[in-house]
Design a protein around this ligand. Structure first.
Ligand code: DGY
Length: 429
């Protein structure tokens, strides 16, 4: 692409506009032709740099499709498009506008707080913010009711797509428990849009689909799905994002005079941050995922355990994570690889088994800045900007070569570029 700041901004905005469908944005043309939950919330941050109203609309549209029980689905199928699998005919959630039946990382609370903070005229958007605040709060309540039935303070994902990290090494062992007998015959569409070498394997897809069929047979009843799932993982990154959003809506609610939301969200955060300690590993110097069915920490050094820094975790844990990222930097040209390059399962171009993702970089850098780990945060911002300057606005990047992988002209990558340019620490002469 280019190193010129104005040209970079123009290119990023062009991609955001190109993928804008009026009231929602698709992650990229072809590969992902609908509205994705966390893509939208993070993309709204990018939109806010040139059109604040459009940014609020992005998140409002998503929340128009919130389920009655409070869940916010991971995909909203606004318009038919058979270039994607699995479509609404597979999910069969029977919503007025079809949606998937699982959720995604709860980044909306963080996003609305950031949009609100950045708004030049808060009185103009107070009503929109208050309406969204209560919807986000209902979603958070849903998480702790339906995905933490034993009230541990940490929620579980029941499908890898919920974490967004579809084919992480973290799931390899737990995924063995997911059967493949009875999986419907299907044709993947993702591999017609992106290099199959960059995507999850067929064996993984069979298990993704098995889980969907299983939940569908249970009528998408969220009072049953958690316990009925053979896959229950407590992911520190996923919980970190949720806890950060709870902290953010606690503050926003206080500012908007919604004291009850503020108090209940603060209580969730206190309990959740204590519970996060059960995921810490001194051996790996980071948090790890836990297989809830086996009650075992998963010995897999993935980015999930670093992303936890997005929540207001203990300062000493944050310092260890900063050290861990510097250490990863000795084994990768670009930060932050989604899996440790030293691990045998690392694969630099296969989705979440090694590549760098700018949205994760953004959340980690934000957490590092909070605890004043500026050197590491700056290194991440620099890596991210170099990646896009040399390799365009790709979905993700090989941490060794910097090559762009997966989809191209990617919305949230464009949004993150606008954010990173703002985060850059000004150089002192
Ligand atoms: C996909 O289809 O690749 C998605 O990650 C599911 O959300």
């Amino acid at each position: 692409m280019t190193n010129n700041k104005d040209e970079t901004i123009a290119a990023a905005i062009a991609v955001l506009r190109q993928n804008d469908r009026g009231h929602y944005t698709v992650p990229t043309h072809g590969l992902y032709p609908f509205q994705w939950n966390w893509d939208s919330c993070l993309s709204a941050l990018g939109q806010s740099h040139y059109d604040e109203d459009r940014a609020w609309t992005e998140i409002e549209t998503l929340f128009e499709h919130q389920w009655e029980d409070g869940m916010v689905p991971h995909i909203v199928f606004h318009e038919p498009d058979d270039g994607y699998f699995p479509g609404p005919d597979v999910w069969q959630t029977h919503r007025p506008v079809p949606t998937s039946g699982i959720t995604q990382p709860a980044v909306a609370g963080f996003a609305i707080r950031r949009l609100y903070d950045r708004s030049p005229d808060k009185s103009k958007i107070a009503t929109r913010a208050t309406t969204l605040l209560s919807k986000v709060n209902r979603w958070h309540e849903w998480f702790y009711r339906c995905r933490d039935p034993k009230e541990t303070g940490l929620v579980a994902i029941i499908h890898p797509w919920e974490a967004g990290r579809d084919n992480s090494v973290d799931w390899d062992v737990a995924f063995e428990e997911v059967p493949t007998e009875g999986v419907m015959p299907f044709t993947r569409r993702d591999t017609t849009h992106a290099n199959p070498e960059h995507r999850p394997t067929q064996a993984q897809y069979e298990r993704y689909i098995w889980l969907i069929q299983h939940f569908r047979n249970l009528g998408w009843d969220n009072t049953q799905l958690h316990d009925a799932s053979p896959f229950q993982i407590v992911d520190p990154g996923f919980n970190g994002i949720l806890l950060r959003s709870c902290s953010d809506i606690a503050d926003l609610a206080a500012e908007l005079g919604e004291q009850s939301i503020s108090k209940s969200s603060a209580a969730i955060v206190e309990k959740g941050l204590d519970a996060m300690e059960s995921l810490w590993s001194d051996e790996f110097n980071q948090y790890l995922c836990m297989d809830r069915r086996r009650s075992e920490l998963i010995q897999s050094p993935s980015i999930a355990g670093l992303l936890a820094i997005f929540a207001y975790i203990r300062q000493d844990r944050g310092k260890c994570i900063a050290a861990r990222i510097s250490d990863l930097g000795t084994r990768a040209t670009y930060l932050v690889p989604s899996h440790d390059p030293a691990a045998p399962e690392f694969d630099g171009s296969r989705y979440w088994r090694g590549p760098v993702w700018l949205i994760v970089n953004y959340m980690i850098a934000d957490g590092l800045q909070r605890i004043k780990e500026h050197t590491t945060a700056d290194a991440i911002v620099r890596s991210s900007l170099e990646l896009i300057a040399h390799n365009g606005l790709a979905e993700y990047y090989d941490p060794h070569t910097g090559a762009g992988c997966g989809g191209a002209q990617f919305t949230w990558t464009a949004a993150m570029v606008l954010e990173f340019l703002q985060m850059q620490t000004p150089k002192t002469e």
